[in-house]
Design a protein around this ligand. Structure first.
Ligand code: MRU
Length: 347
């Protein structure tokens, strides 16, 4: 099954412009529904609701969002300033993943050449992302296999980093797919990833559709699974990686990294170069999105916590470079824990 998270559908709508088509990830795995996005409001809402999510997919959403704003502007008679304001709204729809702003910035300079030029560039952002993911997965798998000598490996991952989180293939899940293709995966422990369950809803869906052996576990089980010796390495994605290797990713990643360090097993971050933010020397300046507490206290519309209890819901954490053994990118593998930071791969 090919799960395409985001693409431009030229045939959508009736004015010849098409629409940005999103697979609505809030409804997976139960329902496969698409949202045809033709307005900035709808795109910002879809990003905020996590209908489209995952840093590289947000990069594509940013790039295609510029086309959405231009088309909406043309339909609604906006002036240039109004179109630019709409583009800025897309750029800031979520704060932590640098890819969203990066995707906007990749195509924004082409606006004066017209929407077709912007759309072509946005499609190129998507194509390049898939190529980067396949390459970083190959390099990441090579790095791991040079260090781990079990015939088949047991891996733990957190959140969803597959086709659904990218334009195709995936990052951390891409590394797992690559190892599976080489017949080197025994079992994947997929953390369920509270509160929005990207692990149990989305990662498990992708693993099942690829026939990769896996189990879903509660996030709270991860440290114990690692310290019991049931895991050979962990691999996760990232939303923003600072120059020194500090990496922001889904809340709960830091605990996985701490357990890996204690157990002495590799902790790998896998991400395309579009997730690396060399303007940040370290992770202290990374803005952590704080989402509604209701996502913690309410599950599937049912309130679990007492009405007088509020939720605390930071969506990401920052794993310090000292806990990151490897950052696999399409440019090569950096080893922050051993002192090679991301600038060694910068061009
Ligand atoms: O809130 P989400 O679902 O957008 O968070 C996603 C993650 O944290 C992913 O691990 C990260 O974006 C990398 S996706 C390849």
């Amino acid at each position: 099954m090919t799960l395409i998270a985001i693409e431009w559908d030229d045939a959508a709508g009736d004015d010849g412009r098409g629409a940005c088509r999103l697979l609505d990830q809030t409804l997976l795995p139960g329902r496969t529904t698409f949202r045809d996005i033709r307005s900035t409001d709808d795109l910002v809402t879809a990003i905020a609701e996590l209908a489209v999510r995952g840093a590289p997919a947000l990069g594509v959403a940013g790039a295609m969002g510029v086309v959405v704003a231009m088309d909406e502007g043309a339909r609604s008679g906006w002036d240039e300033a109004q179109v630019q304001q709409a583009v800025d709204r897309v750029r800031h729809a979520r704060p932590t993943a640098v890819n969203l702003a990066w995707g906007v910035d990749q195509v924004r300079p082409l606006m004066e050449q017209g929407r077709d030029a912007v759309l072509a560039a946005a499609r190129e952002v998507a194509r390049d992302d898939e190529a980067a993911n396949r390459e970083l997965s190959r390099l990441g798998a090579d790095w791991l296999l040079e260090r781990l000598d079990r015939p088949r490996l047991r891996v733990l991952t957190h959140c969803n980093t597959g086709s659904l989180a990218t334009s195709a293939w995936g990052t951390a899940l891409g590394v797992i797919r690559e190892l599976h293709a080489r017949d080197r995966i025994e079992l994947v422990y997929a953390d369920e990833t509270r509160p929005l369950l990207q692990g149990s809803r989305l990662t498990a869906l992708e693993l099942a559709s690829d026939g990769i052996p896996h189990v879903v576990q509660a996030d709270g089980a991860a440290a114990s699974t690692i310290l019991r010796g049931l895991v050979d390495f962990a691999v996760v994605g990232a939303d923003r990686i600072a120059a020194n290797g500090d990496a922001a990713n889904k809340i709960g990643t830091l605990g996985v990294a701490l357990a890996c360090a204690d157990a002495g097993i590799p902790f790998m971050v896998a991400a395309p170069w579009s997730t690396v933010d060399l303007s940040m020397a370290d992770g202290s300046g990374i803005e952590i999105e704080e989402r509604s507490g209701d996502e913690v206290t309410v599950l599937n519309g049912t309130r679990l916590a007492p009405v007088d209890s509020s939720g605390f819901n930071p969506a990401f954490d920052v794993t310090p470079a000292r806990l990151v053994d490897a950052v696999a990118t399409e440019r090569g593998v950096a080893e922050p824990r051993r002192g090679t930071d991301l600038t060694s791969l910068g061009r």
